[in-house]
Design a protein around this ligand. Structure first.
Ligand SMILES: C[S@@+](CC[C@H](N)C(=O)[O-])C[C@H]1O[C@@H](n2cnc3c(N)ncnc32)[C@H](O)[C@@H]1O
Length: 206
């Protein structure tokens, strides 16, 4: 195994390499980020975990955060590196990394964003990796959905209100999950999205 852990899962890496090679353009930042840009800190260390082509990472870097973008796919990471270079975003660093083998270290980031990647066993490490006062932005597919998009295996989709349970140790700041309520031709369907804050540490006055 190399230090990034990616050689352990060649089939997974190849699957994602192919999808990312075929993608024609940079994906936009996900809704959970676009709708909550105003909650971002003005500076700090951010992580786009399982970043793919890095639409979120690029958006965060354009806002001046110091961004790390990690993904198991060397093709995705190389394409993102080129996008960042074209925009001269020196504050975006990329890494080919298996995040299940090498999760982030504790107390490392002021913000972590995860979109369309769900590995439940990693959630405690993500919470640990946030600094006090740090934010998690999360968006991924729900089992109840209107469109056929996203993974077919329900294990890779969220149950009703599951993000709330996974991040219940944090302070909820934003949540949206619409399921099949009302007029399903409107709104943001098929996904749940959450922004939550790790409580700051309050030291008693000396
Ligand atoms: C559906 S894509 C989402 C990409 C991006 N977050 C987005 O919203 O456009 C899922 C990503 O997870 C990455 N991935 C899957 N397993 C991974 C692992 N163990 N470590 C790091 N990245 C992984 C894939 O390479 C792929 O880029």
């Amino acid at each position: 195994m190399n230090s990034s852990g990616v050689d352990e899962k060649p089939a997974l890496r190849n699957k994602w390499d192919k999808r990312h090679a075929d993608a024609e353009k940079i994906p936009p930042a996900t809704e959970v980020l676009r709708h909550n840009l105003h909650l971002l800190p003005g500076k700090g260390q951010a992580l786009d975990l399982a970043c793919g082509l890095g639409g979120n990472a690029l958006a965060l870097a354009r806002r001046g955060l110091e961004v790390s973008a990690w993904d198991i796919s060397p093709i995705a990471i190389e394409r993102l590196r080129q996008f960042a270079a074209e925009e001269a975003l020196a504050n975006l660093s990329t890494e080919v990394r298996d995040v299940e083998n090498l999760p982030p270290q504790p107390n490392r980031f002021d913000l972590i964003i995860v979109s369309y990647y769900l590995e439940r066993s990693l959630i405690p490490s993500l919470i640990d990796a946030l600094r006090p006062g740090g934010l998690i932005y999360y968006q991924t597919f729900t089992r109840i959905a209107v469109s056929p998009l996203g993974p077919r295996n329900p294990a890779y989709r969220l149950d009703d209100n599951e993000l709330l349970r996974l991040f219940s140790s944090l302070k909820l700041r934003f949540y949206r999950e619409e399921r099949l309520l009302g007029d399903v031709s409107q709104g943001i369907r098929d996904v749940a999205m959450l922004v939550a804050e790790k409580p700051p540490v309050h030291r008693p006055a000396a």
